[in-house]
Design a protein around this ligand. Sequence first.
Ligand code: TRP
Length: 363
Amino acid sequence: MSNIILTGDRPTGKLHIGHYVGSLRRRVELQNDPKYDEIYIMIADAQALTDNADNPSKVRDNILEVALDYLACGLDPKKVNIFIQSQVSELCELSFYYMNLVTVSRVSRNPTVKAEIAMRNFEQSIPVGFFTYPISQAADITAFMANIVPAGEDQEPMIEQAKEIVRKFNATYGDVLVEPEIVLPTEKSARRLPGTDGKAKMSKSLGNCIYLSDDEATIKKKVMSMFTDPNHLKVEDPGSLEGNTVFIYLDAFYEEGDCAKFWPEYNNLEEIKTHYQRGGLGDVKVKKFLNNILQDRLRPIREKRHELENNIEYVVNVLREGSIKAKAKAAKTLESVRKAMMIDYFNDDMLLKARREKENEIK
Ligand code: TRP
């Protein structure tokens, strides 16, 4: 069996460093691993429209932003296929058929759907399209016969639902679809980066994100005003690492050699942590260290992004070609799906044959 990856993001904003440590960094590793035969990275504009139906220009404008972020991080269109969801209309058709295999109560029990409905205050006014997005997500994955879906923990219920759809489809119509597995970020520190204010999630609406496109001064400003340990009032006080955003970010970004480069008084991050916990190490110093590290990691990304911004035709072309390839792959899957569902009427004159068989039975 071949190893096929599908994953993606909703284009509702520029990507931030939470995306970077949670998924982008990993995708770049995966694209260089010969174990994977095909990699599809989807810009999920149709999904973004399920809760932004009245704001199509927001979704459209962010397609290029997300594509720029992808390429700036080092995703290589020669190795991964970047495409736009809405340009693969086969995904809609698949979703339509899968809807018959899922009950309303099952979707209502999907924890991610439940949480998102609560978060958006939809209550009784949930758009049907939004409600069914786990089904459409199953289509996104299965259309490419993807067996591997690198995603965050929040996507686990989606993949579970996709698996159920695959099993139900295969049991009903015959073995056509591939059951996907989620692959979570390996390091715990990468699973969810809190916002700079210490809130659980980075989110544009909370204004607590550091974007991949932020300039040097903006990054510095955000780091220097980060949430730390609210009880660490005086330098001499012992500090706590628990829930301390600066240290959570250090866990996610620190690499060997960073001390030697930026803070030679210490040999490694562990020493810094110990000193902080003991007391006598001020937040400002640790923040400066984090700032140096972040600048070091983000500078090449930002510079690459600027280059690409000056060559936007290239970016558009990557998306166009990626979408054409993705469409071809999805069309092949759909052919098998239609056949299994016995709705490929004009192949092999299926309608005629069925009719003849019936006539023979009568005779
Ligand atoms: N729901 C994902 C997000 O919020 C985007 C997405 C759409 C996706 N379809 C997918 C991710 C299929 C993985 C697999 O970012």
